[in-house]
Design a protein. Structure first.
Length: 232
């Protein structure tokens, strides 16, 4: 929602007023789920952040200034997960809570799109929840290529960013395809399980890449000592 304050500026660019502190802001919007940094933001232009808190702890929706974003980030309420201009490591060390909320955001987006187009409601049937969970996970993997369920994973981390949202979205599409809608064994439960598994996978990748580095370092040392011996 844009609030142009024409009297306050003689330039054609409208002023954006922060919905939290009512000070000047850039074109940075807080939807209450994500914050997308835009033109006029010094530190968050092109960045996306996810709220890892809910309800009253989320700042008012609307524009948000850099100062208020800084405060929410340092309070641990908001986490930056993607950027095009900032540090290369942004989004590489996301918390379990951030993964959870990104997944939920994707799942909700799919349900909203589906049910608003269908104009009817999800239905519930008594089926085996455990069997459904497994099938939904399998379909989710096919739709998203989720590394958590892959048998082989990369040996280095890359920022997941909006990929986590897409995995949640794929989960919901799989649930809808099976006629579960939001009555699938629970996208919130799936999000919590997935977030935990993704964090565990991150730790495993780091461990593997560190031990690979250590192995190469040890091999290099061995080669050096062999070279020294040969030289003698
Ligand atoms: Zn503010």
């Amino acid at each position: 929602m844009r609030v142009p304050q024409s009297a306050a500026s003689d330039d054609t660019w409208p002023d954006f007023i922060c919905a939290t502190c009512h000070g000047p802001a850039g074109d940075t919007t807080n939807t209450g789920i994500v914050v997308r940094g835009g033109y006029g933001s010094t530190r968050y232009d092109t960045s996306s952040l996810i709220w890892v808190v809910r309800g009253a702890d989320v700042y008012p929706t609307g524009y948000m200034c850099d100062g208020c974003i800084d405060r929410a980030v340092s309070d641990g309420a908001l986490e930056e997960f993607q950027t095009s201009l900032g540090a290369a490591e942004t989004g590489l060390y996301l918390s379990e809570a951030a993964y959870h909320e990104l997944f939920c955001h994707g799942a909700r987006s799919a349900y909203d799109a589906f049910w608003s187009a269908r104009e009817d409601s999800p239905y519930v049937e008594a089926r085996d929840p455990e069997a459904l969970r497994t099938v939904i996970e399998g379909m989710r993997y096919r739709l998203s290529g989720d590394e958590v369920l892959a048998s082989a994973v990369s040996t280095q981390r890359s920022p997941l960013g909006w990929g986590a949202v897409n995995i949640g979205y794929a989960h919901a599409v799989a649930a809808i395809a099976l006629g579960c809608g939001e009555a699938d064994p629970g996208f919130e439960t799936a999000a919590a399980d997935w977030a935990q598994a993704r964090r565990a996978l991150d730790a495993q990748i780091d461990l593997a890449s560190h031990s690979t580095e250590a192995m190469f370092a040890a091999m290099a040392e061995d080669t050096d000592s062999v070279a020294d011996q040969d030289g003698d």
